[in-house]
Design a protein around this ligand. Structure first.
Ligand code: NAG
Length: 185
């Protein structure tokens, strides 16, 4: 009986790990897509565009702030909204007392939670808000592929110090820094 029990619980453990593996493998192979929320939250792009449009028309600088919030997020463990979480990442010198736009992101998240609860990641909101900010300020547009997952943990101060590009870099230094993180023109 004891041995039956133990083999049954190791079978259960095996099934659990297999399930976890398949889940993770599925995530790893999942592709981002511009239409990721096409059926689950069809108004996602219009909600973000309109909120960013009014924030930028209230204060043009907010467009730059939302773009900066996005890339400061992406340079630390990828574009995973870790910059929104309380923890070391927010308190690093590059971020503390200078990151702005949290209220705009919160407002978008609140609207999306009421139309499609639990669907749209904050990482995707940050990515689209950055694009819409640039467009609202008269810059170029680009397609944002969606389906990013949010981190459950903030990065550390040293993650920020070692990754976010220094404001002292010249243009060629900045271009190669962004390019090393997978941002290409
Ligand atoms: C940019 O900075 C790097 C490193 O400090 C330097 O080697 C390079 O010559 C600079 N480039 C320009 C165009 O000033």
């Amino acid at each position: 009986m004891a041995s039956f029990k133990s083999s049954s619980s190791s079978l259960t453990a095996f099934k659990f790990h297999l399930g976890l593996f398949l889940l993770l493998a599925g995530c790893a192979s999942a592709q981002l897509s511009t239409n990721f929320y096409g059926t689950s939250c069809p108004n996602v792009l219009s909600v973000i565009k309109s909120a960013v449009g009014s924030a930028v028309s209230n204060e043009a600088r907010m467009g730059a702030s939302l773009l900066r919030l996005h890339f400061h997020d992406c340079f630390v463990n990828g574009c995973d909204a870790s910059v929104l979480l309380d923890g070391g990442e927010k308190t690093a010198p590059a971020n503390t007392n200078s990151l702005r736009g949290f209220d705009v992101i919160d407002n978008i998240k609140t609207q999306l939670e009421s139309s499609c609860p639990g669907v749209v990641s904050c990482a995707d909101i940050l990515s689209v808000a950055a694009r819409d900010s640039v467009v609202a300020l008269g810059g170029p547009s680009w397609q944002v592929r969606l389906g990013r997952r949010d981190s459950a943990t903030a990065g550390s101060v040293s993650d920020v110090n070692n990754n976010v590009p220094s404001p002292a870099l010249n243009v060629s230094g900045l271009i190669s820094s962004f390019s090393n993180k997978g941002f290409h023109s």
